[in-house]
Design a binder for this molecule. Structure first.
Ligand code: FEO
Length: 172
């Protein structure tokens, strides 16, 4: 096996967190669909697919590294929200929590001089920066819209959730 059982166990746990995040986003997407907010709904359904993709990346890594995939039990997601803000704040807190979990995995791999796992986890660190930033921005958009959620939904259709465009590519 290319890594330790300790790292495999921690990644198996992380697979559960990623599926849990995916279920939470499906639940939030369904909530916004019921509220007739199609852009917000589509955004969360897409996030749900991305989280599923994260779980699959970890599953592939465990298999490639010669470990055994053991998917843990996953709690039911929260499905009822009093306000849009509540659902998006929960999502932001979840992304911050997942970032801490990825940092924890990097810390564990470092302790064991497991450079293959450290290298694999780099992608997730970059991804978390983007996800925390865009969820934080979405929270600001919703807070600015106040009760006018339709306006927020239309804004998302026109502009999206990014706070700023990508910087220009560097010349070689
Ligand atoms: Fe897979 Fe957004 O954490």
């Amino acid at each position: 096996m290319l890594t330790s059982q300790k790292v495999i166990d921690a990644i198996n746990e992380q697979i559960g967190y990623e599926f849990s995040a995916s279920l939470q986003y499906f639940a939030i997407g369904a909530h916004f669909a019921s509220e007739a907010l199609p852009q917000l709904s589509a955004h969360f359904f897409q996030q749900a697919e991305e989280e599923k993709g994260h779980a699959l990346r970890f599953i592939k890594y465990v298999v490639d590294a010669g470990g055994r995939v053991v998917i843990p039990a996953i709690d039911a997601p929260k499905s009822k929200f009093k306000t849009a803000r509540e659902a998006i704040k929960l999502s932001l807190d979840q992304e911050i929590h997942v970032t801490q979990q990825i940092n924890g995995l990097v810390g564990l791999a470092r302790k064991q001089n497991d450079y293959i796992t450290i290298n694999f986890l780099q992608w997730f660190l970059t991804e978390q920066l983007e996800e925390v930033s865009s969820m934080d921005n979405l929270l600001k958009i919703i807070e600015r819209a106040g009760d006018d959620l339709l306006q927020a939904d239309e804004y998302l259709a026109r502009v999206g959730v990014r706070a700023m465009p990508e910087p220009p590519a560097q010349r070689e």
